[in-house]
Write a protein that binds this ligand. Structure first.
Ligand SMILES: C[S@@+](CC[C@H](N)C(=O)[O-])C[C@H]1O[C@@H](n2cnc3c(N)ncnc32)[C@H](O)[C@@H]1O
Length: 357
């Protein structure tokens, strides 16, 4: 276990709100916490004349600019003659113009890499077989490829206490993860590496927004607001049931399962587990509030970062005005009891390597 103190469409489209990286300081810290392992990965690559690097689920690419700076510098230092290509991937609904602009920040640095944008779901084949040297993904692959069916009493399955729904979501999450690793393992070249940095749940059941009771469970709070608006008649019972945050926080064992199962497609393609760890990233908004007690800034910042990943679940079923009201109520809740709020991250890092199958 490692504590990190803050220093700094597929079949089911989800969308981040615009200005993603400006609103997600926590995601940036999560990427920074993985940069040591990104360098470990590229240090393992054998000498070649060219390399292809890809960031799956990059959003606007702003949070990973520093990571890719470091990786490109390290690769250029090791292989000064090699050509480097960096691909940023996200859904067609993403702000892919902003992604292209953030990738282009790498263009002036040696060895003047090629940068490309791939606007497709990572539940599809994205790259040519055997073409990827280093694949990376941060805080993205917890989104499921399809809805596992209704969630009748909550907006997030892992806060719901609904055992039957939990089974359905777990099955979907594991099918998606197996498929994801099957796809990625086909794209990797032999000797290529994949580093996934994923929202996860630890052995004590903690996950993003649930820090074991030190502060309120953020998913419970979103659900309470949604139930409140339903009880007030602003949202119908049908819309109440349809609004589901369609993601899943897997355990370390679940992340490793396709690499331990010698019959899984990824294993048969040659994908092997190299290392894994769980990393905790403290909420940067809460840390600042602890120091400055500026409650208005804290409430606005924390609300915006929660909204960046959850808004689509409400807006897609009930429209923008209702979704806006959810976040106005959320901001008021945070402002009225700031000491009871924090959005702490539990992230699972996993290094995988492709060997000759
Ligand atoms: C929380 S953001 C993370 C962005 C960036 N990697 C980071 O760590 O700051 C999650 C991203 O995953 C993307 N995403 C979700 N499902 C996806 C899919 N099926 N294919 C590609 N990207 C997807 C979303 O569009 C969003 O931009």
């Amino acid at each position: 276990m490692r504590m990190v103190a803050p220093a700094a469409d597929g079949s089911l489209a989800i969308a981040m709100t615009t200005g993603y990286s400006a609103q997600t300081e926590g995601a940036l810290l999560c990427i920074n916490a993985a940069s040591d392992w990104a360098l470990t990965c590229v240090d393992k690559l054998a000498a070649q004349s060219s390399y292809t690097l890809i960031d799956y689920g990059a959003a606007d690419g702003g949070t990973a600019v520093g990571l890719w700076n470091q990786v490109l510098d390290r690769m250029h230092a090791r292989f000064p003659e090699a050509h480097l290509t960096l691909v940023g991937n996200d859904l067609p609904s993403n702000d892919n113009v902003a992604l292209a602009e953030n990738l282009a920040l790498q263009l002036p640095r040696d060895p003047q890499p090629t940068v490309l944008v791939s606007c497709r779901s990572f539940y599809e084949r994205l790259m040519a077989p055997g073409s990827v040297s280093f694949g990376f993904s941060a805080t993205a692959m917890h989104w499921l490829s399809a809805s596992p069916g209704p969630l009748n009493t909550h907006t997030h399955v892992q806060a719901s206490g609904d055992a039957e729904a939990l089974q359905r979501f777990t099955a979907q999450a594991m099918a998606d993860w197996n498929f994801q690793l099957d796809l990625r393992s086909r794209e990797l070249q032999v000797g290529g590496l994949l580093l996934t940095v994923n929202l996860s749940r630890d052995e004590e059941g903690r996950y993003l927004g649930n820090n074991g009771g030190r502060t309120r469970n953020v998913h419970d709070q979103l659900h309470q607001i949604w139930r409140e608006m339903t009880d007030e008649g602003k949202v119908s019972e049908e819309l109440y049931r349809n609004a589901t945050v369609n993601n899943f926080y897997k355990s370390p064992e679940e992340f490793m399962a396709p690499l331990k199962d010698t019959n899984s497609p990824a294993y048969r393609n040659g994908l092997r587990l190299v290392d894994q760890r769980t990393v905790y990233v403290e909420c940067p908004y809460r840390r600042r509030w602890n120091e400055d007690k500026d409650t208005a800034v804290f409430a606005a910042g924390l609300m915006a970062t929660i909204r960046s990943w959850s808004r689509h679940s409400f807006a897609s079923v009930a429209g923008d005005a209702i979704a806006d009201e959810v976040y106005s109520r959320l901001e008021q809740r945070i402002a009225s009891a700031p000491e009871e709020w924090s959005l702490d991250y539990v992230e699972h890092h996993q290094i995988m390597e492709k060997v000759a199958a």
